[in-house]
Design a protein around this ligand. Structure first.
Ligand code: F3S
Length: 284
């Protein structure tokens, strides 16, 4: 038997597992189920839900031609307008927005109403960031790079409420705050970065340093999974990025040392277990 270690925090974070549980509970109602955007960035999981009749919608307007049922909002959350449109559609809403993201919505709503200018540090096209911006009562700025922060200008009188996308890199965020500080702007910084990502990355780093082969499970569309692959491949020459157990069959070299496994935030537990038991039992 191979020596295999699965990183403790591999796979679903708290918000993702909560969203999936809420979807599972909604399905039990026996009514049409819609998710606003794919529930997670994982094709395998989304296809399985499709087989159970779950339909992904990408715009609230799609609901008008569909039978009434339950709309599940995924962990990324949505902006206020989208939320209101979903409510107006006459469907029941199950809001599975991660509570950590919900907290950012509340900050942005309250601080913008209090007259502060909202600055979101993150990727402007990411659904979570779009949702956050959608709770600001005034136009919000989204800054993703150090260049953008450098060229950003504000009135010295105004207060900048700075929040971050939950998965933003902590060091980069600090670097951006240093730039803001040099500009002597009046800032109200809310560090809204979620630790789930950092902990998963630290574990992946440590595990890949001592592993002879490293398997990263995740969807190629998932940026946090790709990041795990980058971290692991820098430490371990035999690092594999796979989506399901099928992708690893016949691929692993004949290693005698430790085989490490980690997985991105949207990888279901059962896929991790399948890979683990295959690697453990297989004779290479
Ligand atoms: Fe929530 Fe953090 Fe996951 S914000 S969705 S627990 S990465």
């Amino acid at each position: 038997m191979k020596d295999v270690v699965v990183a403790e925090n591999a796979g679903f974070c708290f918000g993702a597992s909560r969203a999936v549980q809420m979807l599972d509970t909604a399905i039990k109602n026996g009514v049409p189920i819609y998710t606003y955007g794919p529930i997670l960035n994982n094709d395998v999981l989304v296809k399985n839900y499709e087989k159970e009749g779950v339909k992904v919608i990408n715009d609230a307007s799609e609901l008008k031609d569909l039978p009434k049922g339950i709309v599940v909002i995924r962990s990324h959350g949505v902006g206020r307008n989208v939320y209101d449109e979903l409510v107006k559609s006459g469907n029941e809403i199950v809001d599975a927005t991660c509570p950590f993201v919900k907290r950012i919505h509340k900050i942005v709503d309250e601080r913008s109403a209090a007259g502060e200018r909202i600055v979101v540090i993150g990727n402007p096209v990411h659904p979570e960031v779009k949702g956050i911006v959608g709770w600001s009562n005034t136009p919000a700025d989204v800054l993703e790079s150090a260049e953008e922060v450098r060229s950003f200008t504000a009135d010295p009188e105004e207060v900048l409420c700075i929040v971050a996308q939950t998965t933003f890199n902590r060091n980069k965020f600090q670097e951006f705050l240093d730039i803001f500080e040099k500009k002597s702007y009046n800032t109200n910084v809310m560090n809204t970065i979620c630790d789930a990502t950092r902990i998963r990355q630290t574990e992946a780093d440590e595990l890949s340093r001592k592993s002879e082969a490293m398997i990263v499970i995740g969807d190629s569309k998932s940026s946090n999974s790709r990041k795990l692959y980058d971290i692991c491949s820098a430490n371990c020459d035999h690092t594999y990025f796979i989506q399901t157990v099928e992708d690893i069959r016949g691929m692993l070299p004949d290693v005698h040392g430790l085989i490490g496994i980690t997985a991105g935030a949207s990888t279901p537990r059962y896929i991790i277990e399948e890979v683990q038991s295959y690697v453990r039992q297989h004779d290479f």
